[in-house]
Design a protein around this ligand. Structure first.
Ligand SMILES: NC(=O)c1ccc[n+]([C@@H]2O[C@H](COP(=O)([O-])OP(=O)(O)OC[C@H]3O[C@@H](n4cnc5c(N)ncnc54)[C@H](OP(=O)(O)O)[C@@H]3O)[C@@H](O)[C@H]2O)c1
Length: 381
């Protein structure tokens, strides 16, 4: 029977944080979820609504609700915006902290805000962690702190002088440096996790938050729907759409259950203290494989990845220009991504039965098929 812990989780309304928080609840732990209220709903409702979605039903969530405490806070504020009582309670009772909250904006225009949330927020969190007797911190970063590295990014490296595609990557790298320094000084006992591109559940394809590749598919779906309205159901649509990218590069996809189970299995090992772990796919997926299969599932032909030079020869159509504008932030990853060495993670997970699934055609069908059915209204929202 594992020891029941009191765990502070940030980002529990988000994708990774909500799945992690729910898994902690399922394992019997007590979760303090630090979250913001929105104009429409208080923090407690936002967290409970998200966890209900993750759990799949209200009954499933209710089984664990007594172990959940939602605490109003904001990572960008002094003391994380906690009132004195909440702060005292966390400092005196939290056994460990999982930091998942972050801004996932890639926009250069949001640079200051991204740094305030990611680097600034990590700084605020570290000040709290120092005051918790155990000082145990699990910091969720991203494999893309590797930026534009042309070589293989190792789990032992952070800043090797790489440049970055966007302020998000740069701010996450800065956060890791802050965590490493706090660890070195003994102010935190940390482990850092670096997932790559997180997709839905490997068993069902189900997904609760629609970032990254899902936004790309949604954009394509919207373009298709405009044409489909005029056609009989089931017709394969020809949509001539060139997407600027590289046909020889890959994207690194990891399912949410692998990421959460993998992080928790690593975290349970004493030897993980002070280490950084790539939760990445040892076999990244060629752009040509995922795009051709997604378009097949969607019943569309004519979508292809082309070199930017193609647009010098034949100027962009209005649709191509619109799609490129909407997808600008994702296009940068279609030009190529770093390669990630994940041997330390593989070694840590060796005897746990947890491994990252290979992205085969069947796997893409399950994962993206679920989302296409969802967009088509065949799965209730
Ligand atoms: N999704 C991926 O593919 C992926 C891949 C690699 C690494 N990661 C890392 O995983 C972590 C979680 O990402 P995600 O995909 O779960 O992102 P997400 O769905 O956008 O969730 C972000 C979470 O952070 C919270 N947050 C943002 N600013 C906050 C603030 N000032 N105070 C309190 N909470 C704040 C958000 O709360 P609100 O709901 O109030 O906005 C939300 O709960 C991040 O550190 C990210 O870098 C994600």
């Amino acid at each position: 029977m594992p020891v029941r812990k009191n765990v502070l989780v940030t980002g529990a309304t988000g994708f990774l944080g909500s799945h992690l928080a729910y898994r902690l609840l399922e394992q019997g732990h007590h979760v303090f979820a630090l979250a913001r209220s929105s104009k429409a709903a208080p923090a407690i409702r936002r967290v409970e609504d998200t966890l209900r979605e993750v759990a799949g039903s209200d009954e499933a969530l209710q089984e664990h609700i007594a172990q959940l405490r939602v605490i109003e806070g904001d990572i960008s504020q002094a003391d994380l915006g906690l009132n004195e009582t909440s702060k005292r309670e966390i400092v005196s009772s939290a056994d460990e902290v999982w930091h998942c909250a972050a801004s996932l904006s890639f926009a250069e225009d949001d640079r200051d805000e991204i740094f305030r949330m990611n680097a600034g927020g990590t700084g605020q969190l570290l000040r709290l962690v120092e005051q918790i007797p155990g000082r145990r911190l699990h910091h969720v970063s991203t494999a893309y702190v590797a930026g534009n590295r042309p070589d293989v990014a190792m789990e032992t490296e952070i800043d090797v002088g790489q440049t970055f595609k966007n302020p998000y990557e740069e701010s996450k790298c800065r956060s890791e440096l802050m965590v490493a320094e706090a660890h070195r000084k003994g102010l935190a006992r940390s482990t850092v996790y670096r997932p790559s591109i997180v997709i839905g559940d490997s068993r069902t394809g189900r997904v609760t938050h629609f970032h990254g590749v899902y936004a790309f598919i949604r954009g394509l779906w919207a373009a298709l729907e405009r044409i489909r309205r005029k056609m009989p159901e089931g017709t394969v649509v020809h949509l001539p759409l060139r997407v600027a990218g590289s046909t020889s590069t890959t994207l690194n996809f990891v399912p949410i259950d692998f990421v959460v189970d993998g992080m928790m299995a690593v975290a349970a090992q004493e030897t993980s203290m002070g280490g950084t772990y790539h939760l990445t796919n040892p076999e990244p997926t060629p752009n040509t494989l995922w795009l051709s299969n997604i378009t097949r599932i969607m019943g569309v032909t004519g979508v292809e990845i082309v070199d930017k030079k193609s647009f010098d020869e034949t100027p962009m159509t209005r649709l191509e220009a619109l799609f490129q504008k909407q997808m600008a932030f994702y296009y940068m990853y279609l030009q190529g991504e770093p390669r990630f060495d994940c041997r330390r993670t593989a070694a840590a997970l060796q005897d746990t039965g947890i491994s990252c699934p290979r992205v085969t055609v069947d796997f893409i069908e399950k994962m993206m098929g679920w989302y296409v059915n969802y967009l088509a209204g065949k799965i209730p929202a």
